[in-house]
Design a protein around this ligand. Sequence first.
Ligand code: SF4
Length: 172
Amino acid sequence: MPWAAVGQSSRLQTLIPVDRLSHADRSVCDLRIREGNMYQNSRRIAACRQCAAWVDLNQRDGTCRRHAPQAGDTPDEVAHWPLTHTDDWCGEGLAATSTVQHEVRCEACVYWRRPPDGLFPYGRRDQLSEWWRHAGHCTRFSPLPLPVPGVRAFWRVTHATDGCFDGEAKQS
Ligand code: SF4
């Protein structure tokens, strides 16, 4: 059963089942039923093209910056932002007008750890030396438990100009 957020502001919205909406509420909520899925203008659910965390690459695809990268099991892995389609959506989208959360750039984030001269990993992976000079580790999330013992965890690498909505800006 799809639910809809009803209310004048995102902070005061109430979730109620769609089949109990009045005609007026339906128009207020700007519901669009499409292929069995529901899109709506709310802080909780938004199509990627409507989401503040989506970076448009070519009007069809973009990258999702909603969350910071998880830790991995290989040193100095580059965190690649996942591609999504403009019509995709999820339950953690943020309406572009949301004032609740803001994107934080890595270079301004308390969770970003960069040695003074940047990183110099073996093999450089798929980035140039110049990119690595402005790279650091994102330590936003602790490593997740694994089903096997003894696996070492490593935080993934982002560039100074990357950013996400899990970051926290340093106090100036
Ligand atoms: S902004 Fe902060 S939390 Fe987000 S990717 Fe960069 S370092 Fe990680």
